[in-house]
Design a protein around this ligand. Structure first.
Ligand code: NAD
Length: 425
C-alpha cells in the first residue's frame, strides 16, 4: 500500500546543494522538510541564518515562511513521498569518493522506507554508486525491493554557486532511474520545480554525465594553464589569443588560466572517474595529467611573484605581498580547496610578509598550523603598503582600475587588469 504522505520531499543534507534544492521545491508549493545529522546546522537553518552562498537572509525567511522546517529526526522519512540525498562525498585516501555519508544516510532512512516511496541520490560519485551501493543498502535495511517496492534514481546536482542566471529551477535536471518506473517517478518530482528534466537510460548515465561535465572543465582549464606557462616564455599574450579564438562562432569554447582550481567539484570529482577507471587496470590519463598541471599552478604563481619582486630588486623574504580574493571562485564565500591556500603556504615558506583581503572572508589561514590572519580593514591602505598585489579572484566589489592605478606591482592571475604596473599570468 502506498502510504499517505504529509510531506512531498525530505531533503537529506542541508548544505550548498541541499538548501537551494529545498528553496526551489518550496517556492513552487511543495511541502519540504530538511534533515541533517548536524544539530548546529539544523538550529542555524531554523533560525534563518545564511549558511549557503545562494540563499540570502530574505530567501531563508521566505523558505521558513512557506512552512519549511529542518530536523535531525529521521522519523520524517515516514511521512515523505520522496527523499533526496545531498550528503557530502569527500575524496577518500584511496582517491575515490568517501561514501560513508551516503551509506550512513541510506542505513538511517532504510528502516523507515515505505512502498511507493522515491529515493534520489544527488551527491557526486562514480558510475555504479546508485545501483551498487545505495539500492542494496536501502534494500538490506528495509526488507523491500528497489525498483519493485520503492523507486531509486540518481540526479546530479549542477549548481553553480554565485551564478545569478542559472539556478535549480532553470538548469535542466538530468535524471536516471533504476527502472523505467523509477525514472518516471523521479522525473515527475523534479518537473514540479525544474523547467526541464532530461531522462537518461539509467542511473549510470546520469552519474557519468555529471563527471563528464566536471572533467571537461578540469581538462580544458589544465590546457590553458599549461599554455600560460609556455606563452610567458614565448612572449605570447595568451589572454589576447583566447579572446581572438573566442570570436569563432562554432567549435571553440573559451577557458581561462588561473592560479589553480578550487572548490568541491573541479579538483575532486574527476578523480572519482579516474578511481573507477583504475579498477579496470589502466589510468584515465587526461584526468591524471590535468590534475598534475592544475595542482602545479599555485607553485608557478609563486615563482612569478618572486620574479616580479626580483625585477623590482626586492627579495620575497620580507616583502609585503597582498593576496586579493582567497575564495575558490568570484563572488562566493566558499574557501574550500582554494588554490590561495597552497600559494600562501609557499610564500610564507619563502618569508613573505603576507596580508590578504576578501570581501567574503573575515579571517583566513592557509595551513592547520598557521595562525589565521584578519582581513585588511582598509583596502586602499593595504594596496599602498604592499610590495606586490596578487589578484586571485576578481570579486565584483573590487575596483580593478583603481587597484591598477595605486599598486606598486600587480600580478593579475585572472587577466582582468591593465596598467603599467600590472603583469598578467
Ligand atoms: N557545493 C557544490 O557546489 C556542489 C555542486 C555539485 C555537486 N555537489 C555534490 O553534492 C553533495 C553535497 O555537497 P555540499 O556542497 O552540499 O555539502 P555540504 O558539506 O555543504 O553539506 C552537506 C550537509 O550534509 C550533512 N550530512 C552529512 N552526513 C549526513 C547524513 N548521513 N545524514 C544527513 N545529513 C548529513 C552535513 O551535516 C552538511 O550539513 C556532494 O556529493 C558534492 O560533491 C556539490
Amino acid at each position: 500500500m502506498v502510504r499517505d504522505s504529509a510531506c512531498d520531499v525530505v531533503v537529506v543534507g542541508l548544505g550548498y546543494v541541499g538548501l537551494p534544492l529545498c528553496a526551489a521545491a518550496s517556492q513552487t508549493g511543495l511541502a519540504v522538510v530538511g534533515l541533517d545529522v548536524d544539530p548546529d546546522r539544523v538550529r542555524a537553518v531554523n533560525a534563518g541564518e545564511v549558511v549557503a552562498d545562494d540563499l540570502s537572509a530574505a530567501a531563508m525567511g521566505e523558505l521558513l515562511g512557506a512552512g519549511f522546517e529542518a530536523t535531525t529526526d529521521h522519523a520524517v522519512i515516514e511521512s515523505a513521498q520522496a527523499v533526496v540525498l545531498c550528503v557530502p562525498t569527500p575524496l577518500s585516501d584511496g582517491g575515490g569518493p568517501d561514501l560513508a555519508n551516503v551509506r550512513a544516510a541510506a542505513r538511517a532512512i532504510a528502516p523507515r522506507l515505505g512502498r511507493g516511496q522515491l529515493v534520489v541520490l544527488e551527491s557526486t560519485s562514480y558510475p555504479g554508486t546508485t545501483d551498487e551501493v545505495l539500492a542494496p543498502t536501502l534494500e538490506a535495511g528495509s526488507g523491500l525491493r528497489a525498483g519493485t517496492d520503492f523507486h531509486v534514481a540518481y540526479s546530479p546536482e549542477r549548481i553553480d554557486p554565485g551564478n545569478p542566471v542559472w539556478g535549480v529551477a532553470n538548469t535542466p535536471k538530468v535524471v536516471g532511474g533504476l527502472t523505467a518506473a523509477c525514472g518516471r517517478a523521479a522525473a515527475d518530482l523534479y518537473r514540479r520545480f525544474v523547467a526541464r528534466v532530461v531522462a537518461t537510460a539509467g542511473p549510470r548515465e546520469a552519474e557519468m554525465a555529471k563527471l563528464l561535465e566536471n572533467t571537461y572543465r578540469h581538462v580544458n582549464i589544465a590546457l590553458v594553464n599549461e599554455m600560460a606557462v609556455f606563452c610567458d616564455e614565448l612572449g605570447v599574450d595568451l589572454w589576447a589569443a583566447i579572446a581572438a579564438a573566442a570570436t569563432k562562432p562554432f567549435g571553440y569554447q573559451a577557458f581561462y588560466p588561473g592560479p589553480g582550481v578550487g572548490g568541491h567539484c573541479i579538483p575532486i570529482d574527476p578523480n572519482y572517474l579516474g578511481y573507477k577507471v583504475r579498477t579496470l587496470g589502466y589510468p584515465f590519463r587526461f584526468v591524471e595529467l590535468a590534475g598534475e598541471i592544475n595542482q602545479r599552478m599555485p607553485g608557478y604563481v609563486c615563482q612569478r611573484i618572486a620574479r616580479l619582486l626580483n625585477d623590482a630588486k626586492k627579495p620575497v623574504n620580507g616583502s609585503r605581498v597582498l593576496l586579493l580574493g582567497v575564495t575558490y571562485k568570484p563572488d562566493v564565500a566558499d574557501e574550500r580547496q582554494s588554490p590561495a591556500i597552497e600559494l600562501a603556504r609557499r610564500l610564507d615558506e619563502l618569508g613573505a610578509d603576507l596580508a590578504y583581503h576578501d570581501p567574503f572572508v573575515a579571517e583566513w589561514g592557509w595551513a592547520p598550523t598557521a595562525r589565521p590572519l584578519a582581513r585588511e580593514a582598509d583596502l586602499d591602505r593595504a594596496v599602498a603598503d604592499a610590495d606586490c598585489v596578487v589578484l586571485l579572484q576578481a570579486h565584483a566589489a573590487y575596483d580593478l582600475a583603481r587597484l591598477a592605478a595605486t599598486a606598486a606591482l600587480v600580478l593579475d592571475t585572472r587577466g582582468a587588469m591593465d596598467g603599467a604596473t600590472v603583469e598578467r599570468l
